[in-house]
Design a binder for this molecule. Structure first.
Ligand code: NAD
Length: 456
């Protein structure tokens, strides 16, 4: 079935219809209308999947997609047009162009944590750029994935876009096919499987992965505001966010004040008993619940620590000074657990941050602007913020992606369109003049060439 589907998409791509900008706009507008009409269904599906609060669903999934789609439709003609670039004087006389060409048949594999947004956003860019798409959403969010399939069926011909639902087996089958581009969002380990599957055909890939994101709070930080912004960025989606702060590194003089402030902010956000709060999502499944609960064993929970397997609930939890070799400090946490480690000076920051692979995000809280900028420059990471968490995601002008183990490539806004387009450089040479110096025989020409190159 999968090879047949891909063959149908290959055939459709060859008809050239997806390359027509008017056609791309038409289908994207139709998608926009459907997504607006079905917004309530989408937030309900997300609630069924992991009790994602409606407010968070709108803010972090549906609104962001609708905004992105509107922006793409508005800008598409401009992005798709061949761009004239300044020619090289060596090629005089010429006019030079950059063509954006669709790769062809694209595979998008999406994760469960933002199951709607992380499926639709790459899809929009791939279609805008003129490709066909097979989208494989996560099997862990069956309600959202079924709804995605239903919406896509109503908007697109299957030979243009199809949702293929399924788990690892389906994903493996899809990866065995020959694609022109693979866009994967998920864990580092599966990212490596995708890279291996792409290698035999040299298929270009984007890998949007994860990592252990540090959140540095220095001695000059505004602790009240810092605590508020850390609580939001860490516990939105119950901490199941690839760019959530993974662990806090706080100057030792500020730790106690931070604990007081964070306790206050957690209570303000989720009440005395966060389990009763309607504003806290649940852990996606029992496997992740058990993995996260294990991380709490033998740790000093300064705040929270309560769990309820029946409801897949884990309280917003702050762990005080975990050992750096303990499980909670090994891999990406991906849940509502925040370890706090105090530091004395910058050498401690180096020692800890540089002991991990390059993270997807890094956050610095400081009122010393020069120092904050220094830290941002010093460490390599995908993207981040000074004095806030996760909000860099919301600016479509900023490319979103990792570096090193946290990913390859980036997207958002025009970057998404560019990700799914091959940039074809073309020189259009004029015939009215043909400078003879480059042609053989070369005897006696080298000095002239050297002079010209020096002058250029
Ligand atoms: P995952 O890697 O387990 O799964 C992602 C997708 O890959 C799913 O569709 C799944 O069906 C498929 N898959 C799983 N195992 C596979 C295998 N062995 N072979 C082929 N396909 C396979 O990730 P997840 O648990 O869904 O998501 C959580 C991870 O994703 C976290 O590490 C998080 O940091 C990362 N993430 C990154 C971003 C980003 O934008 N960089 C965004 C969200 C999540």
């Amino acid at each position: 079935m999968i090879p047949d589907l891909l063959n149908a998409q290959k055939k459709f791509f060859k008809t050239g219809q997806t390359q027509e900008v008017a056609y791309r706009k038409k289908v994207l507008k139709s998608l926009l209308n459907h997504l607006i009409t079905r917004e309530q269904d989408i937030t309900e599906a997300l609630y069924k999947d992991f009790k994602k609060p409606e407010f968070e669903s709108v803010l972090t999934e549906t609104a962001i997609v609708i905004q992105d789609l509107k922006h793409t439709i508005k800008k598409l003609s401009k992005w798709a047009k061949p761009k004239r670039v300044f020619p090289a004087l060596l090629n005089f006389p010429s006019s030079d162009y950059l063509y954006s060409e669709p790769y062809g048949n694209v595979l998008v594999i999406a994760p469960w944590n933002y199951p709607y947004q992380l499926a639709i956003a790459p899809l929009v860019g791939a279609i805008a750029a003129g490709n066909t798409v097979v989208l494989k959403p996560s099997e862990l969010t069956p309600n959202t994935s079924a709804l995605l399939s239903d919406i896509i069926k109503k908007v697109f011909k299957p030979e243009h876009v199809t949702v293929v639902q399924g788990g690892v087996g389906t994903s493996t089958q899809l990866l065995h096919q020959r694609w022109d581009y693979i866009f994967f969002t998920g864990s580092v380990n599966v990212g490596k499987i995708v890279a291996k599957a792409a290698a035999p055909n040299l298929t270009p890939i984007t890998l949007e992965l994860g990592g252990k994101n540090p959140c540095i709070i220095d001695e000059t930080a505004n602790i009240k505001l810092t605590a508020k912004r850390v609580v939001w960025g860490k516990f939105v989606n119950a901490g199941q966010t690839c760019i959530a702060p993974d662990y806090v590194l706080i100057h030792h003089t500020k730790k106690e004040a931070f604990y007081k402030a964070i306790q206050h902010e957690i209570e303000l956000a989720y009440g005395q008993n966060p389990e009763d709060s309607k504003d806290l999502a649940r852990i996606i499944n029992i496997k992740n619940f058990e993995r996260l609960s294990e991380l709490l064993v033998n740790q000093k929970c300064k705040i929270g620590g309560q769990t309820n397997a029946k409801d897949l609930y884990i309280a917003p939890t702050i762990i005080d000074e975990p050992k750096l070799d303990s499980e909670v400090m090994k891999d990406e946490i991906f849940g509502p657990i925040l370890p706090v480690v105090s530091y004395q000076d910058v050498s401690d920051l180096d020692r800890i941050i540089l002991s991990y692979n390059k993270p997807l995000s890094l956050y610095v809280f400081s009122t010393n602007s020069a120092k904050a900028k220094q830290l941002i420059k010093k460490y390599s990471f995908g993207g981040g913020c000074i004095n806030d968490t996760i909000v860099h995601f919301a600016n479509h002008r900023l490319p979103f992606g990792g570096v090193g183990n946290s990913g390859i490539g980036a997207y958002h806004g025009q970057h998404t369109f560019d990700t799914f387009s091959h940039k074809k450089g073309v020189v259009k040479k004029a015939n009215w003049l043909d400078i003879p110096v480059r042609y053989a025989p070369y005897k006696g020409k080298l000095n002239t060439v050297r002079k010209v190159l020096k002058w250029l």
